[in-house]
Design a protein around this ligand. Structure first.
Ligand code: SF4
Length: 358
């Protein structure tokens, strides 16, 4: 990993922060550059860089979801931007642009925002996550951010933190106090897709092994089948990875699972053609969705969701399975109810963990 990063650029006022100190002690001296303002630094755009600086706005936001589709009332904590795992379909590549990973050194400021948010929502259980604009854990063994979040949430009755990842670097967190308020979550795809489209991430079987370790250490876990990708052999591929989950995991400690099919803005295509010319998953027929994103035709989405949902239900009958960015019609047809609001979906998703915790 060290070799992947060209320079770690730290602004002076972040030097004494815990993240700043952790970066300095991890990376070799010649990779560290201390500056007054990162904007004065000329970035070589073909290499990965880390910037460590103070964030100025709010860290806590509503998940932007996507216009005209149903959301899940997820709250995102944007403490790190970008990720070098380079999945071919990752929207961050066109959305954030470039190979710059920004880590906010004053991430502790988010605690006040969360306190305030939760104070006004007693009786609910609110789901927060750090995996919206980055992989939650790909640098965590260096930054040390998640441990502090977990300890913070362990004291909150009505909040849970989801650490969503494709990595298996969780061992530094397995002894952290959590009080049931941390959920480790893995994004999963069939082995063939992982090998061709998620080349820098650990094999899906290793992710499942990590989930098992998390469960054995007393944590709840969750899974995200997102993006679901159509390819020759998709049925066998998804069936096989779901069966593997069923064999390896304790269903009692699986608290939610999401499904979302491949979707992307056209701007991602230029990037993919340039960076991943071997990727085949974008050679398909797509419609333009109500949000302007390309998606599979409705009959194909429906067919895949029906099969995957029913296989997941066979293995995890009492786990809430939900859609990420789909229509209410599909909710009704596949999941079995038509949500009236994003808040209702949010309540449904945390239904199982809430029953256990409250
Ligand atoms: S792991 Fe997640 S955040 Fe990182 S490149 Fe892949 S999809 Fe994007």
């Amino acid at each position: 990993m060290i070799s992947l990063i060209e320079k770690v650029v730290i602004e002076k006022d972040s030097l004494e922060s815990s993240v700043g100190r952790n970066l300095i002690s991890f990376f070799p001296r010649e990779k560290i550059l201390i500056v007054n303002d990162f904007e004065d630094f000329e970035f070589n755009k073909t290499h990965w860089h880390i910037i460590c600086r103070r964030g100025k706005g709010n860290f806590l936001k509503d998940c932007p979801c996507t216009p005209n589709y149903r959301g899940c009332n997820y709250k995102v904590l944007n403490l790190i931007y970008n990720c070098y795992l380079s999945c071919t379909y990752c929207i961050l590549q066109s959305y954030l642009g470039g190979k710059i990973i920004t880590i906010f050194s004053n991430y502790e400021d988010v605690f006040k925002e969360i306190e305030f948010y939760l104070e006004n929502r007693k009786g609910s259980l609110i789901r927060f996550g750090t995996g919206e604009l980055s992989d939650s854990l790909f640098l965590d063994n260096i930054t040390g951010i998640s441990k502090n979040l977990m300890e913070f949430f362990s004291t909150k009755k009505n909040g849970v933190i989801e650490l969503k990842t494709k990595t298996v670097k969780i061992d530094h967190l397995l002894g952290v106090k959590h009080n049931g308020r941390t959920v480790f979550a893995w994004s999963l795809n069939p082995v063939e897709i992982a090998l061709s489209e998620e080349k820098l991430s650990p094999h899906p079987y290793l992710r499942i092994e990590a989930a098992k370790r998390a469960q054995e250490s007393g944590f709840f876990v969750a899974f995200h089948f997102d993006p679901i990708i159509y390819y020759d052999g998709w049925l066998e591929g998804y069936s096989s990875i779901i069966s593997k989950l069923g064999r390896e995991l304790d269903p009692e400690k699986v608290v939610w699972i999401s499904m979302g099919s491949l979707r992307f803005m056209p701007s991602l295509l230029e990037f993919v053609e340039r960076e991943y010319p071997d990727s085949k998953i974008f050679y398909n027929e797509f419609i333009i969705g109500l949000d302007g994103k390309r998606r599979y035709f409705l009959p194909l989405r429906k067919k895949m969701y029906k099969v995957i949902f029913s296989k997941l239900k066979d293995v995890f009958p009492d786990v809430p399975i939900y859609f990420c960015m789909e229509s209410d019609d599909l909710w009704e047809e596949i999941i079995g109810f038509r949500p009236k609001s994003d808040e209702e979906v949010g309540e449904y998703v945390v239904g199982k963990i809430k029953r256990i915790l409250f």
